[in-house]
Unconditional design. Sequence first.
Length: 217
Amino acid sequence: MTRGIGKIAFGGIVAFIGLYFVTALAWTWYSSEKRPDPDKPGQRIAEGPVPAPPHPVVIRQPDGKVMVDSGRRDARGEPVMVACATCHDTRPPEPSLHSSSELDEFHQGLTYAHGELSCLSCHNANDYDTLKLANGQAVDFSASMSLCAQCHGPQFRDYRNGSHGGMQGHWDLTRGGRTRNTCIDCHDPHHPAFPQVMPVFPPMPERGETLPHAHHE
């Protein structure tokens, strides 16, 4: 009788192990059917909506070739504009010039105050239709931001992270694009500092209220 009980117990263990493996195989098959393999042909994978690509951020660029008003008008009354090299290619450069009062033709009314820089610190004496980086490399006027960034590193750093410089458009680029100003949209390259102004009107007292005359009061 003991031998019969042992056989029954052994058979039960074998049956349990077999049932366990069959259940594991069935679950593996069921899981593979619920999560199709994307590499297998003829199967669709349930996915959520694909997010739309962000709209572009466009940085405004100045004109690539600067023209100077000659002070004359054409037959239609339009100003006659000339390229910088039209005049500068016919006379030797003067690296020492720092003021428009020293000029005898053109630019006399130019307001210049840009540190210790002279005209040829930024303008290219070998090609006045371009600008010049500190290493002597010529750059187009449309790339003037790369010229400004050489000396104004903190401002350029803040510009890149969005805390300096004006812009229009959307903060959320999934809803629309954004247009950012370049340096000379806000700063005159020859006189870049802004004048000191009162940004807002001072606070007005409410009825019956007296404002202090100094911060320490």
